[in-house]
Design a protein around this ligand. Sequence first.
Ligand SMILES: [Mg+2]
Length: 286
Amino acid sequence: MLSRLRRMKPRPASVPAESAPVFWIYRMSKSIISDMDGVIYRGKQLIPGARDFVNRLTQAGTPFLFLTNNAEQTPLDLRLKLESLGINGVTEDNFITSAMATAMFLRSQTRKAMPTAYVVGGAGLINELYNVGFSISESRPDYVVVAKSQTFSFEQIKKAVRFIDQGAKFIGTNPDMIDPIEGGGYEPAAGTLLAAIEAATGKKPYIVGKPNSLMMMLATRKLGVHPEEAVMIGDRMDTDIVGGIEAGMGTALVLSGVSSRESMEQFPYQPDYVFESVAEIDPQAL
Ligand SMILES: [Mg+2]
């Protein structure tokens, strides 16, 4: 058996003979798909050990992607945010946001040359919709697209409700009800705004972000791997972990965001791994 294994997997020439184990079984390290908020940072605060974690990924050449339900910021904004926290070596290609996924989804759904949307949300979302040929309109738009917005107003909810009543399709970027903020605590997020519009219209939004498998599929497609070759790392059971499980990925929950060990145990599904934070994660060991 041993000699057969040796024949099948020859020892690489670069490894000195004295340090070589008895036989070699090659194990490809998994690709990493990681959430950001509650995993890498909380609001504007870096989670201790996150910088070293990203360094371990970049230095080992592990294929990785940040998959975030944050629709407020563009990949450039997110890269600059990481750099301001001392995390370097990440390119704009390393991000997929729910705004990007929403724009790609809507483009694939419409045959119109100039589709229109009314947007409740920030520059990140509007930017992505422009990128795929949408124009922003308040005249019978085809879609009402809702994301977390720091400037959500009664005027916006009134317009969103009116356009949906007139027949606009109701789309949400992500279902998160709350987002963790620096120093502990949380603030309302996209799901809260969607709930208000849903209550007024009686219509349910179609939500693109995690745990929708559209997001997971975009991530594995971008990495060029099969789901079983990837591990999803996140702080939320109801988005990151369930999305990873349903897509067929490995899953790792970190307790540095919204989940605790107690809240995790309430769910009917469980992650493959649980860590206090990414500081404990050796990507090669997943
Ligand atoms: Mg998170």
